[in-house]
Write a protein of this length. Structure first.
Length: 129
């Protein structure tokens, strides 16, 4: 590293950029535009974290945990909502099929009480079909 003395404008390859970053990382306040690739951003972020005090680390990880917990809560709520929607859809489909059977039995002249016993629908509901 001591022999690497290229300036920003002289950097041509990614290897040059890596050497520049590693040599100058401790002096950089923010990542230069020419190092605006994801891998360099990650290295810069790691370096920033290594400069943190113990309290800043704890605060950072507390914030990360809170965001993770929030996201987990959202995913759980989405899962429960999807399960409930599926249960409602299944119940509706079952009710539609049962009403269809009740209509057929009603057309065949079966008594409303017998239809209610077979389909578990209320007599009042069968009368409305």
């Amino acid at each position: 590293m001591p022999n690497f003395d290229k300036k920003e404008q002289d950097l041509k390859t990614d290897l040059d950029k890596w050497f520049y970053l590693l040599k100058n990382l401790s002096k950089l306040k923010q990542i230069p535009k020419f190092l605006d690739k994801r891998v360099f951003q990650k290295i810069f972020k790691i370096a920033e974290m290594s400069k943190m005090t113990k309290e800043e680390h704890e605060l950072y990880y507390s914030d990360v945990k809170a965001k993770s917990d929030w996201n987990a809560g959202i995913r759980f709520a989405e899962k429960k909502a999807a399960e409930k929607a599926a249960a409602i859809a299944t119940a509706n489909a079952t009710l539609i099929a049962t009403e269809k059977i009740a209509k057929s039995l009603k057309k065949k002249g079966m008594s409303f009480n017998d239809i209610a016993e077979v389909t578990e629908l209320r007599v009042e509901d069968i009368e409305l079909l």
